[in-house]
Design a protein around this ligand. Structure first.
Ligand code: HEM
Length: 84
């Protein structure tokens, strides 16, 4: 539930950039994309370009029609916040 989600600074997001520990943020939400990697129709390699990064722009450019909130709901980790 929402009560278990965290506020995730950009510096923390950046650390999750490995295949077995890959996080990416889209429109302010941070997702663990590792479980989805094998299922991505565009392949793991393309998706891994977003690992540890804010993927909002690249995602909007490549497939803005895909409902990421719905697809990755179970992979939601928290909300991106700025480092203070
Ligand atoms: C296709 C999801 C990120 C490259 C797709 C499709 C989905 C999807 C559902 C099928 C769409 C369709 O057929 O209409 C996602 C999700 C992403 C993500 C949830 C982020 C978490 C990316 C990124 C790239 C990428 C960052 C490349 C920079 C592609 C390509 C295809 C594709 C090339 C077409 C594959 C094909 O039809 O042969 N993706 N994608 N995706 N995606 Fe992604």
């Amino acid at each position: 539930g929402v009560d278990t989600l965290s506020r995730i600074p950009m510096s923390v997001l950046r650390q999750h950039n490995k295949r077995d520990d890959a996080w990416s943020s889209f429109n302010g939400k941070v997702y663990n994309i590792t479980p989805y990697l094998p299922y991505h129709p565009g392949g793991e390699k393309e998706l891994m370009r977003l690992a540890g990064r804010d993927g909002s722009k690249l995602f909007a450019l490549t497939h803005g029609w895909v409902n990421i909130d719905y697809m990755l709901d179970e992979c939601l980790v928290g909300f991106l916040v700025s480092d203070s």
